[in-house]
Design a protein around this ligand. Structure first.
Ligand code: ADP
Ligand code: ZN
Length: 308
């Protein structure tokens, strides 16, 4: 019983073959750029799946796609990193080519399931996964099951509105959680703050051609005042969003992934402390906030684990 997981990223597409124990046997990836239409991309993905499975009979193929996904019908309604992707019937096309069952999930939901089954969510019952990345993505596991909602659109916690008078978000609303607490938000806030006050962040960022959250955390380690101020504020907003999550779902575990989670000890102790400070007292001690256990392949691991 073999399963293939596929992660359809904006920059790369990765596929991996797993055995029935969830052991990764083989992995391949390719650049997304170059193929223009959805049909071309799907053609390349099916070729990659055939290649990675090396003739093993497949029980199914799980796919993680960015953007809005109708998981019941396996249609990518709108792929955010894939400009040509609107209403692509991925499941139908791929099943026709591969003659095996295909499941399609939004990438954050797939990552949540991956962390739950194989990563830092193992052993929990109610888990919320939050990825602090370019934006904020999330997925929700309730009573041991991935919660997708009526249309499989559930889990857009990054677009919880934290402050309606806040800056505009890519989604069109104002003051979404990700506008205040994503990696992008941290980079922007530091750039703005540096207009009035010099900071070591500028030197750290010089080599990379622009300020991002990583530089701001590095500068915080050096006790740079701008970095300390920007990170304190971002962590306040991260915690505010987590408190909404805790009050909504009463999770026993919150797993934090994405690039920003790599800040590690510069992030987690302070995030836990701030969350404890803002949460309703009766919830204290009911949740853990832990870093993700899997890294880049979390989406395809989770998509494949749909067939476990
Ligand atoms: P994507 O959104 O493309 O999936 P990532 O999950 O890697 O990408 O998130 C990118 C964000 O993570 C950027 O804002 C980047 O600055 C930030 N980031 C990457 N590494 C670190 C780090 N070590 N510490 C803090 N932030 C980081
Ligand atoms: Zn939004």
């Amino acid at each position: 019983e073999f399963v293939v997981g596929v992660d359809l990223g904006g920059t790369k597409i990765a596929a991996a073959l797993f055995d029935s124990e969830g052991q990764l046997l083989n992995r391949e990836q390719m650049e997304t750029a170059g193929a223009q239409t959805a049909e071309e991309v799907v053609g390349r993905i099916t070729a990659m799946i055939r290649s990675v499975s090396g003739g093993h009979p497949l029980r199914g193929v799980g796919m993680a796609s960015p953007g809005t996904v109708n998981s019941r019908e396996g249609i990518v309604i709108h792929g955010t990193n894939l400009p040509e992707w609107t209403n692509v019937p991925l499941k139908a096309w791929m099943e026709r080519e591969l003659h095996t069952e295909v499941q399609v999930l939004n990438d954050a939901n797939a990552a949540a399931w991956g962390e739950y089954v194989r990563g830092a969510g193992r052993g929990s019952t109610n888990m919320v996964y939050v990825t602090l990345s370019t934006g904020i993505g999330s997925g929700i596991v309730l009573d041991g099951k991935l919660f997708l909602g009526s249309n499989s659109f559930a889990g857009e916690l990054g677009h919880h509105i934290i402050d309606p008078s806040g800056p505009r978000c890519n989604c069109g609303s104002h003051g979404c959680w990700e506008v205040f607490a994503s990696g992008t938000a941290i980079g922007h806030a530091a750039s703005q703050r540096m207009l009035d006050q010099p900071s070591v962040i500028r030197e750290l960022a010089a080599a990379d051609g622009g300020v991002n959250a990583k530089h701001v955390f590095e500068a915080k380690r050096l006790q740079d005042p701008v970095a300390v101020e920007v990170i304190d504020r971002a962590i306040y907003y991260m915690a505010l969003g987590l408190v909404n999550v805790i009050h909504s779902f009463n999770p026993d575990r919150i797993v934090i992934g994405g690039g920003v989670s790599r800040a590690g000890e510069l992030l987690f102790p302070q995030l836990r402390e701030m969350t404890d400070k803002l949460v309703m007292p009766s919830y204290l001690g009911t949740y853990e906030i832990v870093p993700a256990g899997l890294r880049d392949d979390v989406g395809l691991v989770g998509a494949a684990a749909l067939f476990r």
